[in-house]
Design a protein around this ligand. Structure first.
Ligand SMILES: Nc1ncnc2c1ncn2[C@@H]1O[C@H](COP(=O)(O)OP(=O)(O)OP(=O)(O)O)[C@@H](O)[C@H]1O
Ligand SMILES: [Mg+2]
Length: 1019
């Protein structure tokens, strides 16, 4: 009966360890000489071993009582301790109580379970372990599990029967079909104890139940959603898949965790190393009929699994043992098993291999309500624990900005099996790619990295461009907001709901920075950033990190914008290393980015440079694209914030499992003020980042460029530079407002084109207001004419604002249109007649005069009427003003609802009289001629316009038109698509300054502009 190779009836061996119990039926596998058994033996806690030693003695004693066993030698071995039967039983009982303590051994009605009752309606959960308190989680060590009682003939009381399982061995329960229900009850009771006692989330179940399809353990259903229990396997193929996956875990743990240094995870844990692997239970509610290969996998799991925290519980029928050797595995003894076998086809007697000569009876099944309560409590705690990511606090350095970025930058982002996991950007891992399905935690990972880096490196060591192409406002926290003036000291650009063109402009800017660094490096003979920093100590050469969330948006559809983006990404990916410029790109999907696939090799030439990959939960196919074709690991991740980190271009051998930390509000509440304080202490006039919010309306009030005009104040136009006419905010890194200049040159009129009323009115109003801001009292006269009725309100609003600021304004309706035009033409003639004296300092000698036409084309009929003597009409007057007005400081700013209507009104040969135009909602093809035969690709999207100024020799540029004065309409539109957080003031909402720029230090020369050569306006 002994497990020793000596065989039956020989002297009793030393106390057997868990995993190689002195199990009668286990003789074939429990070879004490095998390396594995020895390894297991070493690992088992001494008290557990002692308990089993007692069980052993119990076993032997039972043998003796039953008269089954041999000679005096046995007795001598057993009774060397001179323990009488009574004391052996007492000791066994005591040890079982100690080893199956708490929920592992409590009767179903015991108070220990009370916590699970009310838990369902919100009370505290049961065990401390379940409660998820972290000390309890870490210190938890499984012992024995009570399942019933051993009946000892002649003894007054039965001895509790407790079995080893976790960190112990496997369990095989054999019962004829008639008593299968008892076996399933036993398993259900055992699982209930395990789930209740083991800290939630630290044990995972895989259940195979081809007969009852999971009915026997239906009470555990709530655990499925929490990821504690996988879907019930009912088909053999599904089981085979699970066996392969579990074998993968065992293989990985054996190599990575045990690595020849430890016999099992328990031993490793006792050596002080963290245990991150959960226990895994493979529950077979029927013995599967498996092909050879899978049968071997199952036996292999049973053999090697226990040292890796994987245990098999199998319910079998007796005849399965006698199944003919058809190549299918019979339910023979499992390696490392404890066997529990029903005695007879009826009744309640069992035999356990731990007390082989004695009958045992099982405890009753757990009450269904208790199972349900345990399941829902554990599910709740497991879900909460999964959601409760490790906090950022543990990963932040004590002091701020203490790291140097010369060799690279690195930041811990979460916890792996061996402690904090650090991601770095340096010469080896230059760029990083983050992937994962929606909600997997990509943006959270980016935030964790950004804050972590911001805490470690000073703004002189690291600069960041933060772009988010999603509608979310995650990055809003890095720019100043109305309610919170904090901004990330390291951020140069913050783009939310970013425009693709804006994204490209940022990449263009970064590429220009590369060129700038290349020149500087050549000058000092340096070959990389480190060399540059060493040789040019006068300037700071920070590393630059470009973070782009959902970057694929920028590359779809495949158009000129996408092509330019790909070209920049490729250049930065390939050359960034030398210049200390790094990309951190995140995406939901990497497959199907046309722009990468259309150009053969682009995908490889870009992502080949991304040695660092972080894959959050995603599909298997995405995992293959994100990591590498043979790496499906990210498809198997179950929880939010779980990641596969790979620093080897996605090669499977480089996979590391990491739990990503979350920037929790408490930590940020201290970190952000610390960053602000540190910045204030080091920089006199800190510059906030440029913040761009794609969907937000552009508001003239609060625009820094407009503010600056106002500040410079009246007089700018007198003797100063020609007045600027602002119409919108550019989609690139140029200064914060663009438009044209009203100089005394032919063609200096502005046409606003297109059918979109809101955009057109907003731009007209902003244009006139910006001019007014630059004119001294009496230096400007504005005639507002509304050719359509609908625009009267907009004209009145504008007039009110202008008058309040002291500008002379007239407002005229449709009927007065022709009169005003004719009068303006007469004024032009009059001014021409005076010869343009320069006496009063006005350029051209005249005060500025604006003829502002709202929906000019609606006045066509009125203008066609004769305006004076002969055949002269209002149209002729208009043409005179546009042709000859600018030279005498009379300019037209007018809105035509389509380019052709403007051209009709101007007549042939007058096209050049409007050298500048801005169009919203006009197809590019219709603007081709007006743009000097250039392709116009933008300006048709919502909240966008395109500006062209022939005299500026530029290309058509996209902009966000300034919103109309009637901002109620505008803000409502702007907010429509905002998530609640955004509406709560993240970007300012209604009254807010939605698009914010730092005031350029020396506007309007554009000295603060990041791209030299681009003038602040195109005029
Ligand atoms: N590491 C984490 N630990 C705990 N919770 C997390 C973690 N990461 C993300 N979450 C939570 O999951 C949710 C989704 O996260 P996140 O927005 O980062 O995902 P995402 O992959 O960027 O999703 P999307 O594709 O929708 O942008 C958030 O509510 C967040 O609080
Ligand atoms: Mg996201």
């Amino acid at each position: 009966m002994a497990a020793a190779p000596g065989g039956q009836g020989s002297a009793r061996p030393a106390p057997a360890p868990v995993g190689a119990p002195s199990a009668r039926g286990a003789g074939r596998f429990a070879v004490s000489g095998s390396r594995r058994s020895r390894a297991l033996a070493v690992a088992v806690q001494s008290s557990l071993a002692a308990a089993l030693a007692v069980a052993d003695r119990l076993d032997a004693h039972a043998d003796r009582l039953a008269g089954m066993s041999g000679g005096p030698g046995d007795d001598a071995a057993l009774d060397g301790a001179a323990m009488g039967p009574g004391s052996v039983f007492a000791r066994a009982t005591e040890l079982v109580h100690a080893q199956a303590a708490g929920l592992a051994g409590a009767g179903w009605g015991a108070p220990a379970w009370a916590g699970f009752g009310p838990a369902a309606d919100g009370g505290a959960p049961g065990g401390a372990a379940v409660a998820g308190d972290s000390a309890a989680r870490a210190s938890y060590r499984p012992g024995l599990w009570r399942v019933g009682r051993v009946l000892v003939p002649g003894a007054a009381r039965a001895v509790p029967l407790a079995l080893p399982l976790l960190d112990g061995g496997n369990l095989r329960v054999t019962a004829p079909r008639e008593r299968r229900a008892q076996a399933v009850d036993l398993v259900r009771g055992l699982l209930t104890r395990v789930l209740a006692a083991v800290p939630a989330g630290r044990v995972e179940l895989t259940v195979y139940d081809p007969f009852e399809l999971g009915a026997g353990i239906a009470g555990l259903a709530p655990l499925r959603a929490a990821g504690v229990v996988g879907p019930t396997l009912t088909a053999r193929t599904a089981l085979e898949g699970a066996l392969a996956e579990l074998s993968g875990h065992v293989g990985r743990i054996t190599v990575d965790r045990l690595g020849g240094s430890f016999a099992n995870l328990r031993e490793r844990e006792e050596a002080g190393l963290p245990r991150s692997e959960p226990w895994r239970l493979l529950v077979l509610l029927a013995w599967p009929s498996l092909p050879d290969e899978s049968a071997r996998a199952l036996l292999g799991l049973a053999a090697q699994g226990p040292s890796c925290g994987l245990h098999v519980i199998a319910v079998t029928e007796p005849d399965a043992l006698d199944a003919p050797p058809t190549g299918r595995a019979a339910a023979g003894p499992l390696p490392n098993e404890v066997a529990l076998t029903a005695v007879g086809e009826t009744g309640d007697r069992w035999r356990c291999s731990l007390a082989a000569g004695l009958d045992a009876v099982l405890d009753g099944p757990p009450p269904a309500e208790l199972v349900a309560a345990v399941a829902s409590t554990v599910a709740g705690v497991a879900t909460a624990a999964a959601a409760r990511a490790p906090g950022l606090a543990a990963l932040l350095p004590d002091g701020l900005w203490e790291f140097d970025s010369a060799a690279g930058i690195a930041v811990p982002v979460g916890f792996g099996a061996d402690g904090p996991c650090t991601l770095g950007f340096d010469d080896d891992t230059v760029h990083a790619l983050v992937g994962g399905q929606a909600g997997a935690g990509k943006s959270t990972l980016l935030l964790t990295m950004i804050y972590g880096l911001a805490a470690r490196y000073g703004p002189d060591q690291l600069r960041m461009h933060l772009l988010d192409f999603k509608e979310g406002l995650e990055f809003a926290q890095f720019g100043p907001r109305e309610a919170d003036p904090f901004f990330l000291p390291h951020a140069d650009t913050v783009g939310m709901d970013s425009d693709r063109e804006f994204g490209v402009a940022v990449l263009r800017h970064v590429r220009a920075e590369m060129s700038r660094r290349a020149v500087a490096m050549r000058a000092v003979g340096a070959r990389d950033l480190r060399g540059l920093r060493a040789n040019d100590r006068a300037s700071s050469w920070p590393r630059v990190l470009v973070v782009i969330d959902e970057f694929q948006v920028m590359l779809t559809p495949l158009d000129p914008v996408a092509r330019e983006a790909v070209a920049h990404l490729e250049a930065i990916a390939r050359q960034g290393r030398a210049y200390g410029i790094h990309l951190l790109l995140a995406s939901q999907t990497l497959s199907g980015i046309d722009a990468l696939d259309a150009t053969a090799g682009k995908r490889g030439s870009i992502f080949g440079q991304f040695a660092l990959r972080v894959a959050l939960r995603t599909s298997i196919s995405e995992s293959r694209v994100l990591l590498s074709t043979n790496n499906e690991a990210a498809g198997a991740l179950s929880g939010v914030g779980q990641a596969v980190v790979n620093r080897r271009n996605g090669h499977p051998a480089g996979n590391e499992l990491v739990r990503v930390a979350r920037p929790d509000p408490d930590t940020l509440a201290t970190l952000r003020p610390r960053l602000a304080k540190a910045l204030a202490a080091t920089v006199d006039a800190p510059r906030p980042p440029r913040v761009f919010v794609g969907h937000a309306p552009a508001l003239l009030d609060g625009n820094p460029a407009f503010a600056e005009l106002r500040q410079l104040g009246p007089g700018t136009a007198a003797g100063g530079p020609d007045p600027l006419v602002f119409v919108g905010v550019p989609l690139d890194l140029a200064p914060p407002a663009v438009g044209m200049r009203l100089s005394a040159q032919p063609g200096r009129n502005l046409a606003v084109l297109g059918p979109l009323r809101r955009e057109a009115i907003g731009m007209l109003q902003a244009a006139v207001r910006s001019v007014a801001a630059q004119c001294p009292p009496g230096g400007l006269r504005v005639d507002l004419v509304t050719a359509g009725h609908a625009e009267r309100g907009a004209a009145d609003d504008l007039a009110a604002v202008l008058r309040a600021a002291g500008t002379a304004v007239t407002v005229t309706g449709t009927t007065g249109l022709a009169g005003v035009v004719t009068e303006t033409a007469a004024e032009v003639t009059r001014r021409e007649g005076t010869g343009g004296g320069d006496q009063d300092g006005h350029r051209g000698g005249f005060p500025l005069r604006l003829l502002v036409l709202f929906a000019a084309d609606a006045g066509r009929a009125a203008l066609e009427a004769p305006s004076g003597a002969g055949r002269r009409t209002g149209l002729d007057d208009l043409r005179q003003v546009t042709r000859r007005g600018p030279a005498v400081r009379v300019h037209v700013i007018g809105w035509w609802r389509g380019p052709s209507r403007l051209l009709d009104d101007l007549g042939p040969g007058h096209r050049d009289d409007f050298a500048a135009w801005v169009a919203a909602g006009v197809a590019g093809g219709d603007l081709f001629a007006l743009a000097g035969h250039r392709t116009v690709a933008a300006g048709t999207a919502t909240n966008r316009a395109v500006l062209f100024d022939r005299h500026a020799h530029g290309e058509p540029r996209t902009l966000v038109p300034f919103a109309p004065l009637d901002a109620g309409l505008d803000a409502a539109d702007g907010e429509a698509g905002l998530p609640a957080a955004g509406r709560a003031g993240a970007v300012g909402g209604r009254a807010g300054q939605a698009t914010r720029w730092p005031a350029p230090p020396s506007w309007p020369d554009g000295a603060g502009a990041p791209e030299p050569g681009r003038s602040p306006t195109s005029g």
